[in-house]
Design a binder for this molecule. Sequence first.
Ligand code: MG
Length: 366
Amino acid sequence: MKVSAILACAGKGERAGLNQNKILYNIDGENCLQKCLRTFARAGVNQIIVTASEQDFNEISSVCEGQASVVLGGNTRTQSVKNALKKVDGDIVLIHDGARPFVSEKLILDCIQGANNFGGVIPVIPTSDTVVNCEEQVTDYLGKGGLFMVQTPQAFNTDIIKKAYEFAGDTAFNDDGEVYKNYTGNLHYVLGESTNKKLTFNQDFIISKAPRYGVGFDCHRLVEDRKLILGGVRIPHEKGLLGHSDADVLTHAVMDAILSATSLGDIGKLFPDTCDDYKDADSINLLKQVLSLVESKGFKVSSVSATIMAERPKLKPYINQITTSLASALSLSSNCVGIGATTLEGLGFVGREEGICVHATAVVIG
Ligand code: MG
């Protein structure tokens, strides 16, 4: 059995307000179309046809190179699907909204199985909200019992859906399932997935971005005649940390964690210790510069955690002050900054009080 898929990507997606076709908008280093292509290929679909508007034809063609063929869409989704159906040579055809990038391999396989068993299936999920009809005012309460929301991919026996589209003529239908039902008089369903969301509005694109995690590590030597500064807080001690800047090992590890999460390099690259500008620099000011940099790239730091490894001095009395100082520099609430401290039980260079190390992590959205 050969399976084909049509990805409907010929719309304008204007409601998303992205100034480009939402199908081509980068979500996590990949656009909707790339995500769909990968999942359909992994599900073993043999032929993929993508519909594109004239405006996006070249860009969509370059994304699809070697993975799918591209056909010019029409003025409506129905016309676009009709154009693509002419190229379909599979026994079963899946028709999918390009704006549903989180479709799973399992749902695709369930739909293929359903079409094989029944001729035509749509994925549906029960509505969790009450549904009403609205005109100028609310006209009817439809309730929620027995009401389902329709998703894609919708899967059909190719010969039947081609005939159904011929039979449909120029009548407007909600989707391919309705075209099929109008012709055959029946239509089955499979259970869809709440994660298989159609990205429609600008907000959908923001919340669909996965958090990014970063790690940072730093270590400085403890010497006499230097100040000990951790997270911008001066800690009373007979020794301090050696470094080109103020050697705030905690703030350095936090900066590296944030830069790691955003793939923007590290502090060695941003603030080289060969540059006089950073001699004795206040690391909290450098952290603020890192924050400006990541925010200028559209990221938002969501939380930061760190463990300070120091044999002495005991840091417990200073943890709240350090947390508040870092939270303030990061424009975060203190409960989004988790700082801990531990000794190394006398082991290694930390145990011998030769240095202090910090391991930090950061969560970044955007
Ligand atoms: Mg350092």
